[in-house]
Write a protein that binds this ligand. Structure first.
Ligand SMILES: [Mg+2]
Length: 227
């Protein structure tokens, strides 16, 4: 593999499928329903806490715990993500893009592995990936914390310089770049993932930006993927 990139790390939500297909919104609404029942909050209060939690820790359960709300992460996450098959369908263009890449590919997500596996099967792309790294692997860490990236890189048996992180969260792109990774930013236009009109600061950490993962969208901006 030339150009030094031997390992591709893909975020899941908003990256391997676009936030605009409604699944992210569905999960957030269900997450609020769960929190509203559990803590006796109105849906508006639950939404406020959920947003604050995600902003605090970049992962809802971790953020809620940091804010002092204890909950069963397995029960919460499976409730929140239920109904995935209604939203995520096999994506031929994405499959072609992944098939064209010779590097080893991994999923690196802040959600639980079991939920990520279901989503990948719905998208028809599970077989492209060597392994899924998620919340169970990371334990009390999550993206964008440096130690979560380092734990994945170590487990894969590579170095940050050999990795390219594909992400829709600008915080995670910044973290990956600071560690020496290449970065591909999927512009999901989700303000909760830090989307802003590209400022100079964000541009510096992005090696290539695209609206969706297709060969056509990336062959010019990220030729290193196929070198
Ligand atoms: Mg994401």
């Amino acid at each position: 593999m030339s150009d030094g990139i031997t390992c591709l790390l893909f975020d899941l939500d908003g990256t391997l499928y676009l936030e605009s297909n409604g699944y992210v919104k569905h999960c957030r609404t269900r997450g609020c329903e769960y929190l509203s029942k559990k803590f006796g909050w109105t849906m508006a209060e639950a939404e406020e806490k959920r947003k604050l939690a995600l902003k605090t820790s970049n992962q809802t359960v971790k953020g809620l715990r940091t804010l002092g709300y204890e909950l069963d992460d397995k029960e919460f996450v499976s409730y929140m993500r239920d109904g995935v098959e209604q939203f995520l369908k096999p994506n031929r263009e994405l499959g072609e893009f992944l098939s064209s890449l010779k590097q080893k590919k991994y999923v690196f997500t802040n959600t639980r592995e079991v939920e990520a596996e279901k989503a990948l099967k719905c998208l028809g792309i599970r077989d492209h990936f060597e392994k899924v790294y998620g919340a169970d692997f990371m334990g009390d860490s999550c993206k964008p914390e440096t130690r979560s990236f380092n734990a994945v890189v170590e487990d894969v048996g590579t170095t940050c310089e050999e990795c390219c992180m594909v992400e829709d969260s600008i915080k995670n792109v910044i973290a990956a770049k600071q560690l020496g990774m290449r970065t591909i930013f999927v512009r999901g236009r989700d303000p909760e993932q830090g989307f802003t009109d590209e400022s100079g600061e964000t541009l510096e950490v992005i090696d290539c930006a695209c609206d969706a993962l297709t060969i056509g969208n990336l062959e010019k901006g990220a030729p290193f993927l196929w070198k």
